[in-house]
Structure formats: structure tokens, C-alpha cells
Design a protein around this ligand. Structure first.
Ligand code: NI
Length: 156
């Protein structure tokens, strides 16, 4: 297998941007992996690899934030459900009222005659946010649900 080592750059210089030091470092990776990465970031509209790598690091740090169940943080839950489904709309409202101190806002959009899209914003301890999200998403009749970790950005 052919290995291709790419050195983006070594720690050649540092420069100041705002009050945060920018440092350069080298990354070595296989040729195929680099091509796949370049293809992906081009599709996503990144102008350069650095910004794409920064975003990957940020994603990883946000993920890390959620491994500490007691950490105060933020999250979004997105669900799609059929409001004709027996009792479901009431159940959704019930869950949200039950957690009124954690659920800080929600947006409801009537997608069509049957389906509702709901975006719910949560603020509180990471573990609790995950638990509430799980109970919302696993409610019978929810067609699709996604938990999206967010952050106030302390770690970024
Ligand atoms: Ni609706």
C-alpha cells in the first residue's frame, strides 16, 4: 500500500490573530484519505483545509462536553411526527411542560396536512438534556428525531 506523507507545514512561525495565537502544525496522512477529505470539504464549500480541520476539532470538543453529564450546556432536539397519531401532540406538550425549566424554547412548523416538525432548545446539564431528548425521540409515533449537541462555546 502506498503511503503518502503530507506535511501541511511544520511549526515554522506563529502569528497573532485577535488575542488568540495561531499555531501551525504538521499532519501526515495517507494519499487516499487526503483525496477523500479534499473532495468532501470542497463539496461542503470550505476554502481551505485549515478551516475544515478547525471545524472537526470544534465538533470533537463539543462532543467531549457531553461526556461530562454534569456540565452545563445546550442542545437541540428535532422531531417529525404525525399529529393525527393518537395522543401524540398532547404527549409532546406534556413532556415539554414537565421539563419547562430545561426546555427554553420550541418551534413548531406544520409541514403538511399530517406532519409536524418541532425544534426544541434545551439548556441544562448534559446528561439531563440527553435523557430528555431520548424520551422525546423514543416516544411512539415520532417518525424521525435527532439530538444535536450545542454549546455556549466555552471550549472553542
Ligand atoms: Ni403541526
Amino acid at each position: 500500500m502506498m503511503w503518502f506523507s503530507l506535511t501541511i507545514s511544520l511549526i515554522l512561525f506563529r502569528m497573532l490573530r485577535e488575542d488568540n495565537m495561531i499555531q501551525r502544525f504538521g499532519i501526515s496522512l495517507e494519499n487516499d484519505l487526503l483525496h477523500a477529505f479534499d473532495k468532501r470539504i470542497q463539496k461542503k464549500g470550505y476554502k481551505n483545509r485549515s478551516e475544515a480541520i478547525r471545524d472537526l476539532i470544534r465538533d470533537s470538543l463539543i462532543e467531549e462536553e457531553f461526556t461530562d453529564g454534569n456540565k452545563q450546556t445546550n442542545a437541540i432536539v428535532m422531531i417529525v411526527y404525525d399529529h393525527h397519531q393518537y395522543n401524540l401532540a398532547q404527549k409532546m406538550t406534556g413532556i415539554q411542560h414537565e421539563h419547562h425549566d430545561t426546555i427554553i424554547a420550541s418551534l413548531h412548523s406544520h409541514l403538511d396536512k399530517h406532519n409536524c416538525l418541532e425544534v426544541i432548545l434545551l439548556k441544562g446539564k448534559a446528561g439531563e438534556l440527553q435523557h430528555i431528548a431520548d424520551s422525546i425521540i423514543s416516544t411512539n409515533g415520532v417518525k424521525y428525531g435527532k439530538f444535536i449537541p450545542a454549546t455556549a462555546g466555552d471550549v472553542l
